[in-house]
Design a protein around this ligand. Sequence first.
Ligand code: ADP
Ligand code: MG
Length: 397
Amino acid sequence: MKLKSIKQIKNLTGKKVLLRVDFNVPLTGGKNPKVAEDMRITESLPTLKYLLNKKAILILVSSLGRPNGVRVPELSIKPVAKKLEQLLGKKVLITPDCISDETKKIIDSLKPGEIVMMENAEYHSEEKNNDVKFSKRLASFADIYINEAFAKSHRAYATMVGVPKFLPSYAGFLLEKEIKELSHVFNHPKRPFVALIGGVKISTKLGVIKNLLKIADDVMIGGALANTVLKAKGISVGRSIVEEDMVKALRKLKLTDTHLHIPVDVIVSDKMTKNAKAKVKAAGNIAKNEYALDIGPDTLKLYDCIIRESRTIIWNGPMGMFENPKFASGTVGVIHAVVHSSAKIIIGGGETAEAIKSLKSFMHFERSNIYISTGGGAMLKFLEDKTLVALKPLIKK
Ligand code: ADP
Ligand code: MG
């Protein structure tokens, strides 16, 4: 898939560019929020700098958190704009919203090479509803639309699919890079090609698991979603997190497929707290009052072997409740296997990336064969469907 690149735009001088970014970053500090982790901002800096160097007028739009159409003060874009200002070393103005006359006035006052960030797009319910009037109004502020928001590109929102109907539209460098890296697994991946899927909800990951079973050599399952798979196989999982309504759908899958690996043992406890007592149990021996909270050592050994022998690896979702050190060994073990591998490795998912970054040793091992995507849901959707809804207006004919 070839996307229309911003390098194709001939003259950017003085052009108003509506740049859809996904600066949906984690915040800390409660009522006085600050950006806790800025990867999603830094990853977009090459696009921003390119456009500013070419003397475009930059209008950034992003959502932050889930305000659901309400002006939740803690979800204001202000701390994000502040962080961007520090990273760029350049003034970043802020608009009060996305569509008012006041906003238009601020945009119209900008000079070439200047930058403004709109207030949280999801303060407007029209954003998620893909409202046409809202999209038209936003489009009327600019000459060009650029999608730099890979992590939101599976969403048919106004700023993702509505606005590009009314403006010449292009893909930013980060979006291009993400699609190139992920397309790798469809275009002759080096084999063995394996996938590791963990995390909470099997309902959000079943589609990708099904597709990976078709294209990958091995699919390894961990995390809470493994419990639902165990349950579908008729194994009792005690009090573990299970999506009951997914059991039936899973039974339609060939759970005996030799390429599908599920935990043979698990770490269980009767509590999830810091002082919980952790025990190793065979997957078939989980007691009624126990939660399965991590993959066990034998499962890790098996997954470790598969990872070490593979040449392409996709990983989304932690193997256990890694935030509690008692249930982190599966996730930490997989991270070690991955960083010692010379395979092409693609990692995605908010908590998965967090788990990796929390391990300082990772920095020491950081290498060019490891690609950490800025998208979780978008990465899964792309690996399931080979496309994303917001890419359609950007495809080179
Ligand atoms: P990602 O954001 O990387 O896609 P998810 O959002 O799907 O991952 O899931 C991450 C969460 O899953 C983590 O916060 C972790 O605590 C939780 N988790 C993983 N395994 C278990 C388990 N066995 N029981 C309870 N929670 C789990
Ligand atoms: Mg998550």
